[in-house]
Design a protein around this ligand. Sequence first.
Ligand SMILES: Cc1cc2nc3c(=O)[nH]c(=O)nc-3n(C[C@H](O)[C@H](O)[C@H](O)COP(=O)(O)OP(=O)(O)OC[C@H]3O[C@@H](n4cnc5c(N)ncnc54)[C@H](O)[C@@H]3O)c2cc1C
Length: 297
Amino acid sequence: MYPRSFHYHRAGSLKEAVDMLGQLGEGAKPLAGGQSLIPLLKLRFANPEHLVDLNFIVGTSFIREEHGSLHLGAMTRHAEIERSEHVKKIPVLHDCAAGIADVQIRNRGTIGGSLAEADPSGDWANALITLDTTVHCLGPKGARKIALKDFILDAYTTALARDELVTEVEVKAPPQGSGGAYMAFKRAAPVYPTASAAVQLTMEGDVCKDAAIALGCVGLTAIRAAEAEAALRGKSLDEKTIATAGEAARAAADPHPDMRGSADYKRELVAALVRQAIQIALRRARGEQVGGVHLYA
Ligand SMILES: Cc1cc2nc3c(=O)[nH]c(=O)nc-3n(C[C@H](O)[C@H](O)[C@H](O)COP(=O)(O)OP(=O)(O)OC[C@H]3O[C@@H](n4cnc5c(N)ncnc54)[C@H](O)[C@@H]3O)c2cc1C
């Protein structure tokens, strides 16, 4: 189906885009990679009167390391993140970027658009929530920074005001002795995962000093599995400890049955993904190179 007709506006700067969104009112929406918005327009689930295109704004696509943090411009494409040598130093992020849909979608979709969309099946929020992540925003009242945990409020709902933009995502580099992994289970490459798990471990010798575990596609937002994390902290990570964390993750999941599977199937799946992601994160924390971690049916 063709979208309903809309007015197209090309913003020359982030400030101009914010001003346009303010002046054009309720019927205006920013357009980034269009990989979520355009399908919604074509299905006529979204019918904005005005689109404010962010694609021609110079300086909104970048990846740089500064003062112990990784900074990603809102318009940075998933594919650029996948290829970045800076990002490879934080494998949970590289895994995430490399597994999003197929190469066409990764070439267009942006990290800022993905967080702003807050799709419960989206990958970025789930991977980023295991790290110390801050979302930089710009609105009519100026710039502000929001911790990712306070940015995504519910399915498709963020703390952004209607005329406010994501400008940058800032991720603090994990400490020495850390390793992470992001695993998604998909029926095929160009679809959203059935379930996903993100794990970030900090090891001190054989003992887990800190753990962050997040579950994707099994709730209205990414879920931090606090009891699964507690099951690892202060412990040596043997099979029994990892199995306990997997069971805690299963209990923390709150999935809905849909075309991708029943609620029980998704709980089973997420527990298995958490166990495997812990194993890979542990190997990486020890300095091993482990690649290709996504699972396809
Ligand atoms: C077939 C298919 C499969 C996909 N599979 C996956 C998958 O496996 N995993 C996954 O994570 N994603 C998947 N996606 C979604 C893809 O990653 C999108 O790129 C992403 O969700 C949205 O990013 P975008 O840049 O395309 O944003 P757009 O579609 O342009 O915008 C999305 C929403 O965010 C708003 N917006 C965009 N940028 C900003 C900004 N800077 N500030 C404020 N608001 C903004 C827009 O107004 C719109 O409401 C898939 C998409 C398709 C079509």
